[in-house]
Design a protein around this ligand. Structure first.
Ligand code: FES
Length: 148
């Protein structure tokens, strides 16, 4: 089986195609920027882009991802992700930081579908990404700046 992650091709062996992409990335490919939070699709820590659309890595099997482009927080060449990184830094968004890779990738998924979201569209799109430090307001401001 082959996965395309951040523009690189990886061969996977000795792993069932029912395995969530989250574990293929973290345990087999050492792409640990993608985080494990709840494992049941409720927190957003594991968010990746699949052909540009934000999905939960813990709820997406390898077989669903084969032949598609996976984009993770470890991608350093994606223009939208890099713009978000810039404003994340400028707004000093992260506190403990654990959920932030998923937050940035979910925001990237939003901006790739809608590059001029309203405040309400930002709030709605980010609704499922939990931050226990409560950085939501700074996240919203950083996304709004990245969208300008
Ligand atoms: Fe996937 Fe929480 S670890 S949504």
């Amino acid at each position: 089986m082959e996965l395309i992650v951040d523009k690189k091709k990886y061969k996977l062996k000795d792993i069932s195609d029912d395995t969530p992409v989250l574990w293929a990335l973290r345990d087999y490919l050492n792409i640990t920027g993608v985080k494990f939070g709840c494992g049941v699709g409720m927190c957003g820590a594991c968010t990746i882009l699949l052909d540009g659309k934000a999905v939960r890595g813990c709820q997406t099997s390898i077989k669903e991802a084969i032949g598609k482009e996976i984009t993770t927080i470890e991608n350093s060449e994606d223009r939208v992700i890099n713009t978000l990184r810039k404003y994340w830094k400028e707004e000093d968004v992260a506190q403990c930081g654990y959920c932030q890779p998923g937050q940035i990738i979910n925001a990237a998924g939003l901006l790739k579908q809608n590059n001029k979201p309203t405040e309400q569209e930002i709030v709605d799109a980010m609704d499922g990404n939990i931050c226990r430090c409560g950085t939501y307001n700074r996240i919203k401001i950083a996304i709004a700046k990245a969208a300008k």
